[in-house]
Design a protein around this ligand. Structure first.
Ligand code: AMP
Length: 553
């Protein structure tokens, strides 16, 4: 039996949008999607409180696409995102969900790319514009009618937008759109500034928030690993080498991901199967039976497919993809630690999902410790440990049954016992890397997402090198001025000047480093040229500031 279309079919989405969602492999809506989609489809304004990782992009993209008329060649929906990275990500999501809507075009509009082609795409009738506020205002300066046909507006990560100093730009953008539009605001937090935007520009908005009840988790040791999305499979393989598990369940979000990860693990020699909503019920039961009796050691599953799965052998839960909400996290990790046994839960976190990790920690009231990716030495030690464990029970019997044969082989081949044992070992381990050099060659170190800075700093200390620059937050760039302490400058002078003359809010300005002959200031990337223009004639301590973008390479 194929899995029902979950709750997506019941939400009233346009059939073409629904078909694309199903093709994407999503099995059921996340909590924020369940609540937001009907509200947005009904045309209400809405405030959604949700962070990255909850499925919020689809929560607004699916209903908005359902309300767009692809036959009308004019901009109908505007999505504002704080950074270029997020704008591109959201635009890609829209394209995915609009795959079965011929004639529907999406354009991403952000700073750092030429303006001409962006404006051309808008004029040619892209129905969805995904933009960063700074660049969009630049377009409005050239053509104030650009947004005159917008019927749906989404502010994505509104709190981040304000942190990057986009308040004024947002006002300009609001004024350029028809009042009759629908407005939706998503934000992880709702500080006063966000509430006042909502009061001013949204009409009787409905509030959608995923309630998080405090949950308790006992007897389960939890850890997380920071990793980039494209390195997840490599990271899972590496972790599995050192984790001492009996049976393990790995959670991913889509059917395709169950298949991809299962086949990667199978190639590494694990006894593994995928479990997803497309797998017939009787086959699913067989997989669970095999996990119970040890014919399988790993199952890669979606949340839907793992429902009701209760296998006492499971010692480990690996959250390869982040769950949508803390409840589902608690539910997932509850698959281990059954019947009073100890269990271990590992969570892979991409840099954008840090916030979700904090929410999980808050709701469960427990710290989820950070672990680093095992290095080659640890992988090698684990392999040798496994060999020792698997060989030691055999030696006594094996000598009795195979000792004579061994003597004969040594004589026939004319080699030493050590050489023969080494050859047998190589054969038994299928040529697995068992020296440090081999292991290093086999898996070049994939640094975990949180690691590079620490490593650089450590190496720097050891060799006496200059410390590497602190990585920039997303959406920020470093700017340099030739003014420093020798000019009588302190950080607060720079801060004051930039706040006053640049019209930014404090949160928009990142770290300020003042050195003897120069200073560095972190500023929002989007709208940077305009900001530097505003600061062109600014003087600090009687001297020209002359702030310029600082090229790090
Ligand atoms: P977001 O919170 O919008 O950044 O989404 C996080 C990730 O979840 C993205 O990779 C989406 O493709 C994925 N996703 C969103 N909704 C679903 C769903 N209903 N089922 C499975 N994956 C989803």
């Amino acid at each position: 039996m194929t899995q029902e279309l979950g709750g997506f079919a019941a939400l009233g989405l346009n059939p073409n949008v629904l078909a694309a969602v199903i093709a994407t492999g999503y099995e059921e809506p996340s909590a924020i999607q369940l609540q937001s989609i009907p509200v947005i489809l009904a045309g209400h304004d809405m405030i959604g409180q949700a962070q990255t990782g909850t499925g919020k992009t689809a929560a607004f993209a699916l209903p908005i696409l359902s309300r767009i008329d692809p036959a009308k060649k004019e901009p109908q929906a505007l999505i504002l995102a704080p950074t270029r990275e997020l704008a591109l990500q959201v635009a890609t999501a829209f394209e995915t969900y609009a795959k079965q809507m011929p004639g529907l075009n999406v354009i991403a509009v952000y700073g750092g790319a030429p303006m001409g082609p962006q404006l051309k795409a808008i004029r040619q009738g892209a129905q969805v514009i995904v933009a960063t506020p700074g660049r969009l205002v630049d377009h409005l300066r050239r053509d104030e009618k650009v947004l005159s046909t917008i019927q749906h507006l989404v502010l994505d990560e509104a709190d981040e937008m304000l942190k990057l100093g986009f308040m004024d730009d947002l006002e300009v953008i609001f004024q350029a759109m028809p009042e009759s539009r629908q407005s939706v605001l998503f934000s992880a937090t709702l500080p006063h500034s966000i509430r006042s935007i909502a009061e001013k520009h949204l009409k009787e908005p409905k509030h959608v928030k995923i309630e998080t009840k405090t949950q308790t988790v006992t007897a389960i040791e939890q850890a997380h690993l920071m990793v980039h999305a494209d390195q997840k499979v490599a990271a899972v393989c590496r972790l599995l080498e050192v984790e001492d598990f009996d049976a393990l369940i790995a959670f991913v979000r889509t059917k395709q991901a169950t298949l991809d990860l299962a086949s990667a693990l199978e190639a590494k020699g694990y006894k593994v199967a995928a479990l997803n909503g497309d797998i017939a019920q009787n086959q699913r039961e067989r997989v669970i039976e095999s996990l119970k009796d040890g014919r399988l050691d790993i199952v890669v599953a979606t949340d839907v497919a793992a429902r009701g799965l209760d296998v006492p052998r499971i010692t480990h839960v690996m959250n390869v993809d982040m769950p949508y909400d803390p409840e589902s996290y608690v539910h997932r990790i509850g698959r281990t630690g059954r019947a009073g046994r100890a269990g271990r839960a590992l969570l892979l976190v991409t840099p954008r999902e840090r916030r979700m990790l904090q929410v999980i920690e808050r709701v469960t009231g427990q710290k989820v410790a950070e672990v680093r990716l095992p290095d080659s030495q640890q992988v090698l030690d684990a392999r040798i440990r496994k060999l020792t464990t698997s060989l030691s029970p055999l030696v006594a019997d094996a000598e009795a049954s195979h000792g004579d044969l061994l003597d004969r082989l040594i004589a026939d081949i004319g080699c030493s016992p050590r050489a023969l044992a080494a050859a047998l070992l190589r054969k038994a381990t299928n040529g697995q890397a068992l020296t440090l050099a081999e292991v290093e060659r086999e898996q070049p170190l994939v640094p975990s997402a949180g690691a590079p800075r620490e490593r650089r700093e450590r190496d720097g200390e050891r060799s006496g090198e200059r410390r590497a620059p602190v990585p920039l937050a997303e959406g920020r760039v470093r700017c340099r001025t030739a003014l420093g302490t020798r000019d009588g400058i302190a950080a607060k002078n720079l801060l004051g000047a930039i706040l006053n003359e640049g019209g930014l809010v404090r949160e928009a300005i990142g770290r300020i480093q003042v050195r003897e002959s120069f200073s560095l200031v972190e500023l929002p990337e989007d709208g940077l040229d305009r900001l530097l223009g505003k600061l062109k004639d600014t003087r600090v301590a009687g001297k020209q500031l002359k702030l310029r973008r600082y090229r790090e390479d």
